[in-house]
Design a protein around this ligand. Structure first.
Ligand SMILES: N[C@@H](CCC(=O)N[C@@H](CS)C(=O)NCC(=O)O)C(=O)O
Length: 321
């Protein structure tokens, strides 16, 4: 496992039991907030904050969608890490054909340098997305949903698009509940399938994942435009990022082969409607997604003995009775 221990990057090393328990999804350790009034210690300012993201990563993708929908391009800079994570340094900020310029020029060659700069004795995973403060030279937050929430509201007074509100007050309880469900059953759910250690874990994870997809396919029967409203809200962002990867990555590579996204016409139509928003389409980078996942450590050896659940295809169509 790629880790930083007491501020020293360790490349591949055995995780502590605590980190091991988190499996493939890693909760952010930096949880400060940027606010419009600055009472949190981090006031929203132009050109002060910077995002480190991987367009391959579905959690980073939440953040880049909100950044694009809120038109924060001239307010909050973005650096894109190289899609190949399996390097001696983990996520690197190399200048390659697939990178975009490091606008902030924070001077880091790899992401673990930003973690060490933030906390000299940092112990844990070095994950994207990261929201970086150029002024205090430290990470403000590295938990995607919290970063998305800040981008949605904190910058409205200084040029963020206030017409776009992905977390409207009247819908907040429903949004929170649905965000948790999407995170558990789908966004983290696909990783639970990929990291299952035995048949029982795999079967449970598949049940959770496809139970969620079946349920929402049925709930979209009323032809609503987006999940909770006629405008997109945060759950639409959260459901979009794993679903847009589903048929290219999770179905074949993670062995979630019971169904493809295209077998769910209403969910697929929802993804298409979201993709029709030019800001959303601009964030979808299949070059990064495919390069990243198909280079990844989804080792077959670990999964010997786990038999995938078969695709839900009925070859007898037309010969009923
Ligand atoms: N809970 C985190 C999850 C972030 C996460 O797992 N990021 C992955 C990429 S998709 C990562 O950077 N992994 C690096 C590693 O495992 O060392 C969030 O939502 O921000």
């Amino acid at each position: 496992m790629k880790l930083m221990i007491q501020g020293v990057w360790r490349g591949d090393t055995d995780p502590t039991p605590e980190l091991d328990a988190q499996r493939m999804i890693h909760a952010g350790r930096f949880r400060d907030q940027i606010t419009a009034d600055g009472r949190s210690g981090f006031v929203a300012e132009r050109d002060r904050y910077h995002l480190y993201v991987s367009p391959a990563c579905p959690f980073s993708h939440r953040v880049t969608i909100v950044h694009a929908l809120k038109r924060l391009d001239s307010l909050v800079g973005v650096s894109v890490v190289h899609p190949i994570w399996n390097t001696p340094d983990g996520w690197v900020l190399g200048d390659t054909a697939l990178s975009t310029p490091d606008r902030a020029g924070n001077g880091f060659a790899c992401l673990h340098e930003a973690y060490r700069a933030s906390q000299v004795d940092y112990t844990g995973k070095v994950i994207v997305p990261v929201l970086w403060d150029r002024k205090s030279r430290r990470i403000v937050n590295n938990e995607s949903l919290e970063i998305a929430g800040m981008l949605n509201r904190a910058f409205d007074g200084i040029g963020g698009d206030a017409q776009v509100d992905l977390y409207p007050a009247v819908l907040q309880p429903q949004i929170d509940a649905l965000n948790s469900r999407i995170t558990r059953s789908l966004a983290n759910g696909v990783y639970a399938v990929a990291s299952a250690r035995d048949q029982a874990e795999y079967d449970d994870a598949i049940g959770e994942l496809f139970g969620f997809l079946d349920e929402w396919e049925a709930r979209l029967v009323d032809d609503r435009r987006f999940l909770l409203s006629d405008r997109p809200t945060l759950p639409d962002v959260l459901i979009f990022t794993p679903l847009v990867r589903f048929d290219a990555v999770y179905n074949p590579l993670f062995r979630a082969i019971r169904k493809r996204l295209v077998d769910y016409p209403r969910l697929a139509a929802l993804v298409r409607r979201l993709h029709d928003l030019p800001a959303v389409a601009s964030t979808v980078r299949f070059d990064h997604i495919l390069t990243h996942y198909y280079d990844g450590d989804w080792a077959v050896a670990r999964r010997r003995g786990i038999v995938p659940q078969r695709p839900d295809i009925d070859w007898r169509t037309g010969s009923k009775e």
